[in-house]
Design a protein around this ligand. Structure first.
Ligand SMILES: [Zn+2]
Length: 282
């Protein structure tokens, strides 16, 4: 821990109290935040979240935006880094989470038919939303996290064939060396007619995916792929080719109107994500 960065909490009054700040708190390579989160018992965390939702909802009251996850309206949202009005004051969903919720509701039978869903690296807001659905038999998994149902390597899923109706995997494949192998595993564990919601960041206009397995350092990956733990930059069409190579076929493009994008505040960066609903080719 560095003692260089400190937050002043004296609100303009003579120094009364300063708190040392974990210098690397937001560094994704430092897992302190995750470890703290894992240490909080689930019922306590859920109750705290409910209280926070009430307070925050009142603070951000209004009708400019609507969150499709917590189904409430807000006059403003919380900032995230340089993004204004990014996080839902109620459920803390980010833009892409709200978009995924809309896609799940519109394109998949997740909310209308009994569905066994495998959620990889679960986003907390989406997880709570899915767990609350009567139709969803929910299982979440992650390679490293302790707050999930299963610890799994997505390139070697220790799960039977045809055992899920749906798989959700967002912003994970760009971290995985063998992304096609992972998607093949999704195809294997999905029952015929099942669906996968796959979401990756891409570079708009890029025709081919850029990857270079010789770049293995955090600095090298940051320079080449834009993030220290990314292993490629996807081109949209080439990502869809990989989906198809993995034995999944593209199902839907789920049109969302500009008015809905504004109302639900769905995009941090327009056209940044590729969200695909795909089904096992069989
Ligand atoms: Zn919300």
């Amino acid at each position: 821990m560095s003692g260089d960065r400190r937050i002043s909490r004296n609100f303009g009054f003579p120094a009364r109290r300063t708190l040392p700040v974990q210098a690397d708190w937001e560094d994704p390579s430092v897992d302190l935040k995750r470890r703290l989160r894992d240490a909080v018992p689930r019922p306590v965390a859920d109750r705290a979240r409910e209280v926070r939702k009430l307070v925050s909802g009142w603070k951000h009251r209004g009708d400019r935006y609507e969150c499709p996850i917590c189904r409430r309206s807000y006059g403003s949202m919380l900032p995230a880094g340089s993004r204004v009005d990014a996080l839902c004051p109620g459920c803390r969903s980010a833009e892409r989470h709200r978009k995924m919720a809309l896609v799940l509701a519109r394109v998949t039978p997740a909310l209308t038919e009994p569905q066994r869903i495998l959620h990889i690296a679960p986003e907390p807001a989406l997880r709570m939303w899915l767990e609350a659905q009567d139709t969803v038999d929910y299982v979440c998994a992650d390679l490293l996290r302790g707050d999930v149902d299963l610890r799994l390597d997505i390139t070697r899923l220790d799960l039977p064939d045809d055992s899920f109706d749906g798989v959700i995997c967002s912003h994970v494949l760009e971290h995985v060396d063998e992304d096609v192998l992972a998607m093949r595993e999704f195809a294997r564990v999905l029952r015929p007619g099942g669906w996968a919601l796959l979401n990756v960041p891409h570079e708009p206009g890029r025709a081919t995916t850029y990857e270079d397995p010789s770049i293995t350092t955090a600095e090298g990956r940051l320079a080449a792929f834009g993030q220290e733990d990314h292993v490629r930059i996807y081109g949209r069409d080439e990502f869809l080719e990989r989906v198809s190579r993995a034995g999944l076929s593209y199902v839907d493009s789920f049109p969302i109107t500009p008015a809905e994008t504004a109302r639900f505040r769905l995009e941090a960066t327009p056209d940044f994500d590729v969200i695909v609903i795909a089904s096992p080719t069989g």
